[in-house]
Design a protein around this ligand. Structure first.
Ligand SMILES: [Zn+2]
Length: 219
């Protein structure tokens, strides 16, 4: 038996044991191709991460990355000279400039639970941006505004430590995941807001000022 056939046969046996059902050769080949693809991707990612860490030794202040990446702060895609990588992680140059000007701390990169973005606040509490802007203006909410590189606003963030009495920790307002079964298979996966998953959403966040601005509506 050739080496590749032997590998396929071993994978098929392992998958059959795992799923507790017999697989056709076609199914086993498809699953093995997928596993091989994922394994190669993990190795590629590990190599790329190691290369970045090595380059950081020569450029401790950071450097631009090649290709497209996601900023760990604003979650926008940044690439090449509009990206920056340092010990804290990947940032776009607008967020990096905000770090340099001490508008935001660099630790936000590694601690996404320490702040809400505008989108997250809107999504978690079913708010619109007009209300949020009114709260900022009224001093109810403290915002950190990241300026755009040339003009305007790049992103607005709400740090938990700035709004300790007003905003609950993100762990209390985590969305759930639901899936829909079509013909016995899980086909469609979608998020469900936290307030639809608990019996008493206002009770859950009662210690935080935002609750005074919330109402529940019977559906
Ligand atoms: Zn950014």
């Amino acid at each position: 038996m050739s080496k590749s056939k032997k590998n396929l046969s071993m994978t098929k046996e392992a998958l059959e044991q795992e799923t507790d059902r017999l697989l056709t050769d076609h199914e086993a080949k498809k699953d093995k191709d997928f596993i091989d693809f994922m394994a190669k991707m993990v190795v590629d990612i590990a190599f790329r991460e190691a290369a970045k860490e090595t380059k950081l030794l020569d450029h401790p202040k950071g450097f631009h990355l090649e290709g497209g990446h996601t900023c760990t702060i604003c979650q926008q895609i940044c690439s090449d000279e509009l990206s920056w990588y340092d010990q804290f992680g990947v940032k776009c140059t607008a967020c990096q400039a905000a770090v340099d000007k001490k508008i935001i701390p660099p630790t936000l990169c590694k601690h996404p639970e320490s702040f809400y973005s505008m989108f997250e606040l809107e999504h978690c509490f079913n708010l619109d941006s007009k209300i949020l802007r009114r709260w900022i203006k009224g001093g109810i909410l403290k915002a950190r505004v990241i300026p755009g590189l040339t003009k305007g606003v790049h992103a607005t963030l709400f740090l938990i430590k700035d709004n300790k009495m007003f905003l609950p920790p993100k762990s209390l307002v985590k969305s759930g995941i639901a899936s829909e079964e079509i013909n016995g298979r899980k086909e469609y996966i979608f998020p469900i807001p936290w307030y639809r998953l608990c019996d008493d959403p206002l009770g859950r966040i009662k210690k935080y000022g935002i609750v005074e601005h919330m109402v529940t509506i019977e559906m």
